[in-house]
Ligand binder design. Sequence first.
Ligand code: CMC
Length: 392
Amino acid sequence: TGAFTYDPGFTSTASCESAITFIDGDAGILLHRGYPIDQLAEHGDFLEVCYLLLYGELPTKAQKDDFDYRVTRHTMVHEQMSRFFTGFRRDAHPMAVMCGVVGALSAFYHDSTDISDPYQRMVASMRLIAKMPTIAAMAYKYHIGQPFIYPKNDLSFAANFLHMCFAVPCEEYKINPVLARAMERIFILHADHEQNASTSTVRLAGSSGANPFACIAAGIACLWGPAHGGANEAALNMLGEIGHVDHILEFIARAKDKNDPFRLMGFGHRVYKNYDPRAKIMQKTAHEVLGELGIKDDPLLDIAMELEKIALTDSYFIEKKLYPNVDFYSGITLKALGFPTTMFTVLFAVARTVGWIAQWKEMIEDPHQKIGRPRQLYTGATERDYVPIAKR
Ligand code: CMC
């Protein structure tokens, strides 16, 4: 029946009103609460951006100190949770581990289930922002068979994360401020992106009144796919597969061939029909990190830059308005920082948690909020009578 508007992929359906993030995809503009992403990434720190996304304004010094203190108080996870990890095969993909462990937070924090209480919503938000890096680092350590490293709360959010991932018990681990700053910037760039697939998933799951930790686990599951957060892993794998600048044209030809399912990973975006503003900052960050580490010629960076140059002058990519997105350069940076590709989407999840929880909070506090319940256009059989199996 034609009673409903059919909008596959929700390309033209607004699912909510939101005051958090603004994107002008044609102009390549991304604003959080009105502040341009490049200014936040250049001057802000991650927890400041978290405060902004959650509460709508940049914090004063006193508000920032209070917020940082509250979040860092929640960075530890219950000791019992470390045993939860051992239930996973050690070669499990860390995103699979994240789905399970973050979902299990709902069982650890029963007291946060009264989502009608603003205080409990706040505590659940703090716990999620604070514990995600700890859980992500534990997933990494479990993956490589090293002991878990406890959070160090006198470090910044990003530096603490690097510490939990790369410190080992018997050696001193020195934070490199340039690399910590790069990590911070990567987190800021991924913090929120309005109604993307995983955020919409969190909102839909939360619209039924479900436990917020379980809703975030649903977001993690959605983010994992290669069309969404999984693209950073896929993009780096693709650059490795291309292997040499001489092979770029062959891969460009494949991406244009409609009979070949191959796509240039890290290219194209549902909303940006102009350069993704995050990709520009990411590219600069990649150069900074490689420079700091003294990596003069990274073959993958060379391939990425040449690939971008060729694609941006190719009529197929011009006509379809396909530009590099945030995931195109993030993989090169994360690899240089020392992360294996399987961790890339996990890092995206760590950063996006604040966006998910800010959007969830906005939804719960919206007086017009209803359970999300899309309709369909039914295309199946008309009514018919049951036939016993012997007569089929
Ligand atoms: N390489 C080659 N062709 C492409 C690509 C690409 N990366 N992206 C889109 N196209 C083509 C597509 O084949 C289609 O052509 P036609 O009109 O002839 O059928 C046209 O461009 C429009 O593509 P679409 O799939 O209808 O667009 P969409 O808005 O549904 O998809 C996208 C957006 C991001 C899923 C898609 O561009 C894509 O698959 N890109 C590669 C994966 C990727 O980098 N994802 C990360 C997105 S940004 C971070 C995040 O969201 O997590």
